[in-house]
Each structure stands twice: as C-alpha cells, then as structure tokens.
Design a protein around this ligand. Structure first.
Ligand code: ZN
Ligand code: ZN
Length: 264
C-alpha cells in the first residue's frame, strides 16, 4: 500500500475559526473582523492498493471564492491534476473518489475527475436540507451540476473505538469510519499500512492534532457535543492502536505521514 499526500494550494483561516469562543460568539465571531493564521495546506490523498487508485477528497481549485473566515491561495498549477503528477500519478488511473465531507476545499477538484464518487449517505442527506442550501448561496458555493455521487452507509459494524465503519477495499485494509461533528455525515478513512499501523486520513475531523488532544469543538460544527464525542473516540482509538493522525489542513501532516509518526 502506498499513501500519497496531495497538496492543492493553501488557505488562511481566521483565528476565531481555529480557536472558537464558546456560546453564541462561536459562530458570530467568524463573521467579525479578526486575526488570520499563516497559510495552511489544503490536502487530499491518493491510495495505491491492490491495483486500485483511490482518492480521498479532491482538493480546491483556483476558482474558489473567499468566505468571511477563509482566504484561499490556489493557482491552476496547484489543482488536482498537477498535485497528482507531482506524485507520479495520473487522473485517468483513479478508480474512485471517497469524500470525507462536502465542503468546497474537499470537493471542488471533482471537476477534474471522471471516476465514480462516493459520499456517506448522511452527508448527502444533510446537504439537501435547508441550512446548507442557504449557506451555499451566502458563501457563493453552488453545488456543481455534474455532482452525482453514489452513497454508502456505515453498516460494517464497529472498528476500534469507532461505532460505525465500512470497508472500502476487499481486504478490509481501507475503511471509512464515522467521525460526525464538523459536518453531520463527516467520515474519516483509515488505512492499515504494510506495518500494521493505522493511517487516519481525518479530513476536517479537526484542523490539527493539537485540536484533537485539546478536545476542542470547532466553530462550524452544528452540535459541539457531537463533535467532542467524536474527538474522544479518535483519541481512544489512537490510545488503543498505533495511529498516524492526518487532518487535511494540519501543517504537520506531511511530516507525520513521511515519518509514520503515531499519536503518542
Ligand atoms: Zn470542512
Ligand atoms: Zn477543509
């Protein structure tokens, strides 16, 4: 198995996004003036395994528009095709794409992909409810007309500390696990690498390892309690089994993947 980290540009995030206040200010502060972070990466992944090439998310594109809490820096030369070429991979070899969740910086790169796209059924159901529809209009992020994913259920029973999972490969070495919070149907992908370690492609389950260890709910989670319960499950999993924890936007993700550095 080979796991490639793909980088499609960077984003600067408002401090109130990374370190939210509690209560009503949690989301309100996102729309008020504030400090900005240094640029953080926008990652997605490609997994070569058993003759297949599975993408986890598809990254951002240069056409992205800034939102009140995120300023994007993405050029056409940083989009998915170039990010894959930098790892010696070609788009036409992609077998399928699985999405951690439906936010623009994880799905916009789908414009380049012709392979089947898989999304957790609960994420798709949430996407069709009123609030996300309004937010897509406010944030000028319409669903693209070509977006026609296949859905999957987390019906494979528990895996480690996660209550719900589903195998994404025949040998069960690539799995989706339920990590709701950041969005209601958010999933993470766990790969059991050739040494038996778990490599957790965590999407936006948290922005950083620090946020996981602090058990801090993020600013956009619809229900912070659901998010914190997920963070507790991830921490429990990392305690049970050597796990390399890789959120999409953590500046340390590349180093941890390259060095197979597990959560202590
Ligand atoms: Zn997100
Ligand atoms: Zn993201």
């Amino acid at each position: 198995m080979k796991i490639h980290l793909l980088r499609t540009g960077t984003v600067r995030l408002k401090h109130s996004f990374l370190f939210p206040s509690r209560g009503v200010r949690r989301q309100l502060d996102l729309f008020l003036p504030g400090e900005w972070s240094e640029p953080v990466p926008i990652h997605c992944w490609a997994i070569e395994h058993d003759g297949r090439l599975l993408l986890v998310d598809s990254g951002e594109t240069a056409g992205v528009k800034d939102v009140p809490f995120a300023r994007f820096q993405v050029t056409p030369e940083q989009e998915l095709p170039a990010a894959m070429a930098a790892s010696g991979l070609a788009l036409q070899d992609v077998s399928e794409v699985v999405l951690t969740h439906h936010h623009g910086d994880h799905v916009d790169g789908l414009i380049h992909v012709r392979a089947p796209v898989l999304i957790h059924e609960e994420e798709l159901r949430h996407l069709r409810t009123a609030f996300p529809s309004v937010m897509r209009r406010v944030l000028r992020q319409p669903l693209p007309p070509y977006f026609a994913p296949r859905t999957f259920a987390l019906d494979g029973g528990p895996f480690g500390a996660f209550a719900r999972s589903r195998a994404l490969s025949d040998d069960g070495r690539i799995l989706a696990v339920g990590t709701p919070g950041h969005t209601p149907g958010h999933i993470s992908v766990i790969c059991i690498d050739d040494s038996g370690r778990h490599v957790m492609l965590a999407g936006d389950a948290t922005d950083t390892l620090e946020q996981l260890l602090a058990l801090r709910a993020d600013a956009v989670a619809p229900d912070p309690k659901v998010h914190v319960a997920t963070l507790e499950a991830i921490k429990a999993h990392c305690a049970q089994h050597p796990t390399v924890y890789l959120p999409s936007h953590d500046p340390q993700t590349a180093e941890r993947l390259a060095g197979a550095i597990t959560v202590a």
